[in-house]
Ligand binder design. Structure first.
Ligand SMILES: [Zn+2]
Length: 307
């Protein structure tokens, strides 16, 4: 199935609610439905109830079971619009803009939809960074100053970053919220969790928080930058660029983001960054993630809201 790249293509591919349900069925069961109970391949689609029913044992399987669409009251077509904007707009879309563009009843609904989508976009744990990898950390918040000097800053969230350093630019990127700057609890587990230690060499500046990397079996290139901040950009150009892009994106599209929700924004940023050369395919990728994603209950989102 081809996925839309333009608004015209979207309208032609998904003219109505039914066409979206058909697409979701194809994504859920790309090789056709197989009954989980009796393994029969014979089934019929009960479109009024969005159920696939096995002709052998009459087992019924909801097409939304085990997806983020489970239990939603929002039309699937509206969800598809949300996926389209998230995938096709270079900077994604804010909840307010989504509400305006689709006529969704409330801001809260638009907000929750986007967060449910983001919650499925994190990198696969087995997908590890290789080659030369730059690692650094930065405060994400209202002001740029205070890195390392001002660890007590209120309203700022510490983000660790790792970026593949390739001859002509950045490769893949990983970002995570961290609670502090110790090696044992924060920087060490982050770096070790995102790289393939058999194939990666990690480059950092002189910060002592990374010092013990080589002691735990990570090839480590520690470059002491001295007092000149420009030198640090020279040593770690791509991770600096990524942090800059991230902050611009959060400020520009969302006018700042609370620390509680930041991990999901990071997932969206990384997802788009890693696929920036394949943006024509993003709609299909995001739809697939949404169809495989665990249902993310609204009450959990709301509980995490506030602040
Ligand atoms: Zn069956």
């Amino acid at each position: 199935m081809g996925f839309p790249k333009t608004l015209q293509e979207f309208q032609a591919t998904f003219p109505d609610e039914e066409s979206c349900w058909e697409a979701l069925r194809n994504v859920r069961w790309p090789r056709g439905f197989v009954c989980p109970r009796c393994e029969s391949r014979e089934s019929c689609w009960i479109s009024t109830r969005r159920l696939e029913q096995c002709r052998g044992c009459r087992y019924q399987c909801s097409v939304t079971a085990g997806t983020i669409f489970h239990g939603t009251r929002v039309p699937l077509l509206t969800w598809f619009w949300a996926i389209f904007f998230l995938a096709r707009h270079k900077k994604g879309i804010s909840a307010l803009q989504l509400q305006r563009d689709t006529g969704i009843g409330s801001y809260e609904t638009a907000w929750a939809m986007l967060h449910k989508l983001r919650s499925t976009l994190g990198p696969r744990p087995e997908d590890r960074l290789t080659g030369l990898v730059e690692a650094d950390e930065s405060y994400v918040g209202a002001s740029e100053r205070g890195l390392r000097g001002g660890r007590m800053l209120v309203g700022k969230t510490l983000v660790a970053g790792a970026v593949e350093h390739r001859p002509h630019g950045a490769g893949r990127v990983r970002l995570a919220v961290i609670e502090g700057l110790t090696f044992e609890q924060h920087l060490g587990p982050f770096v070790r969790g995102v790289i393939d230690p058999t194939q990666a060499t990690v480059r950092t500046d002189g910060f002592q928080g990374y010092r013990r990397l080589s002691k735990v079996g990570v090839r480590h290139e520690r470059l002491v930058q001295g007092t000149d901040p420009a030198r640090s950009v020279e040593i770690l150009p791509w991770v600096h660029r990524v942090f800059g892009n991230l902050k611009t994106w959060l400020r520009g599209t969302f006018h700042g983001v609370s620390g509680k929700h930041l991990p999901r924004y990071l997932a969206e940023f990384v997802y788009r960054f890693d696929r920036r050369w394949r943006d024509g395919e993003l709609f299909g990728f995001v739809l697939q993630r949404a169809a495989q994603g665990e249902p993310f209950p609204y009450r959990r989102l709301v509980a995490e809201r506030g602040r």
